[in-house]
Design a protein. Structure first.
Length: 149
């Protein structure tokens, strides 16, 4: 036989388990990127891109800005970053007509090291301000290498 205290504890557990999750917003690194490089105009997690239909692989970019999908990472590497990088590369190769940007925080004074995957090229540049990033999206950067598609 259960006591009143035990019954209340079970009810509380069930109620907590059913509570809807609040939608997560951008983390501090993504907020800093949006403020510094996108001038607060980036659209956060705009859509999901389906990479392959058979295995139902999906990729959700962090931002959409001026037609470019942007993935932002901090200076600390997490285990999940390899999976995120793989999904990013699959999405970039599947959608060659759309620019994809991988941005990693490089430190104070350097800003973000940005790689743009567009058509058959990968461009690379350090960006610290919105003007530098807009010039980077326009193609003003050094070419890293050609992609093998």
């Amino acid at each position: 036989m259960l006591t009143v205290k035990q019954l209340n504890a079970r009810i509380r557990r069930k109620v907590r388990a059913r509570a809807p999750k609040k939608p997560k917003g951008p983390n501090l690194n993504e907020t800093r990127f949006n403020r510094l490089l996108l001038a607060g105009e980036g659209l956060y997690e705009p859509c999901r891109i389906i990479i392959t239909r058979k295995k139902k692989r999906r990729y959700t970019p962090d931002f959409l800005y001026r037609g470019a999908y942007i993935e932002v990472k901090g200076d600390y590497r997490l285990r999940s970053e390899d999976r995120a990088r793989l999904a990013f590369e699959f999405a970039a190769e599947a959608n060659t007509g759309t620019p994809f940007v991988w941005a990693r925080w490089a430190g104070i004074g350097k800003g973000y090291l940005c790689e743009m995957w567009y058509k058959d090229e990968i461009l690379e540049r350090y960006c610290l301000t919105n003007e530098e990033f807009v010039a980077f999206l326009a193609g003003n950067a050094e070419r890293k290498d050609k992609r093998k598609i």
